[in-house]
Design a protein around this ligand. Sequence first.
Ligand SMILES: Cc1cc2nc3c(=O)[nH]c(=O)nc-3n(C[C@H](O)[C@H](O)[C@H](O)COP(=O)(O)OP(=O)(O)OC[C@H]3O[C@@H](n4cnc5c(N)ncnc54)[C@H](O)[C@@H]3O)c2cc1C
Length: 396
Amino acid sequence: MRILVVGAGPAGTRCALRIAGRLPRAQVVLAGAEPALPYDRVALSKYLIGEMAQEALVTHSLAALRAAGVSYRPATPIAALDLAAREAITARGERIAYDRCVLATGSRAVRLPLPGAELPGVIPWRDLAESRSMIQAAREGGPAVVIGGGLLGLEAAAGLAARGMKVTVLHAVGWPMERQLDPEAGALLAGRLRMRGLNIRMPVATAAIEGRERAQAVLLKDGTRIPARLVVMAVGVRPNSDLARASGLDVGRGIVADAAMRTSDPHVLAVGECAEVEGRLIGLVAPALEQAEIAAATIAGEAVAWAPRADSAGLKVSGTQVWSGGEVSPADAEAVTLRAGETYRRLWWRGQRLVGAVLYGDTAEAGFYQDLIASGRAVASRAGAALGQAFLKDAA
Ligand SMILES: Cc1cc2nc3c(=O)[nH]c(=O)nc-3n(C[C@H](O)[C@H](O)[C@H](O)COP(=O)(O)OP(=O)(O)OC[C@H]3O[C@@H](n4cnc5c(N)ncnc54)[C@H](O)[C@@H]3O)c2cc1C
């Protein structure tokens, strides 16, 4: 069997390795658009802030991939799929025949449609090359603006500030990380980041990026002008589904796939952030890897189905402990809040079941709350649960 995996991000790489492991006689080709060896995209934040060297980002060497039975083709963007012939066509016009093709093309960062958004010095942050450009801009110095105060935006801001830039974060909502945090935790986080030297402006609306040869300033709708040699856009992602759409596969918000990762073509599967699995898009690495495992099992002939779990995410900025899991501020749940010094916890309950949690200041109990949310276990003492695992003696 000839297997082609398109996209060497975490999902594609995991999938190619698992297929090669299950089907030792298959020819597995992993074609990635980026020139680098497969690397840990999540760790780009640590690379940017200077806590990790570029070499340490690499997750698999060429030799390791080869030894595992995967033939890796870097810098090989797939331009089209000929579904009838079962061939992929590379950007250079080469045809790669397959019996099964797995699309793992991920997402791209949204570039806001603002005047000046295409100027040099404006970077929607997603990959290694862009991270290197950001580090280079920091070396050249000057002020930076990060548009977007979500997880990615704050990590970008922390990284650039650590490299000596004067950073302003512009956020459209009244508190940062509004998808993961309630307003109170958001306010605590904003206060902490301001104390560490970040300038955070919110809620603000961005009107344009000004400059001639490169970005020089960001103009807000209220007329304020903020100088910026570097503008990082961290305002969300869009699934890379153009290839699938142009090839005639069903595409909704992402590449439409069922719970076994099969697309509308019986020989093509889709996994990770490019896929819309049973109507659901993902934006985190853990479910992308789970989907990769499911696709490999499907190709090996097993009957398997991906079951989504509650999302959780933490901020990877050292000195700031923030974690959130499950549903945040759901209207039909009751909140229990704990405040003690620098620690803030808010837990949302439907009856005796924990459905969401936000932790600020101390995230040591994150695993405990994550387990409670995932298991749906009934808890008799919600106050006990707020204090932590050691105080929860009376689980029902
Ligand atoms: C800075 C940063 C920090 C993050 N931190 C976290 C975190 O803390 N926790 C978390 O869960 N998630 C985090 N994420 C998100 C996480 O990286 C993604 O969820 C994960 O990478 C998704 O994996 P994927 O393989 O589906 O897609 P991607 O990682 O996007 O990989 C897709 C690959 O396919 C390639 N490709 C696209 N089109 C083609 C084509 N036509 N031909 C060949 N190749 C193609 C792309 O170049 C890319 O290399 C972070 C992301 C960034 C950018």
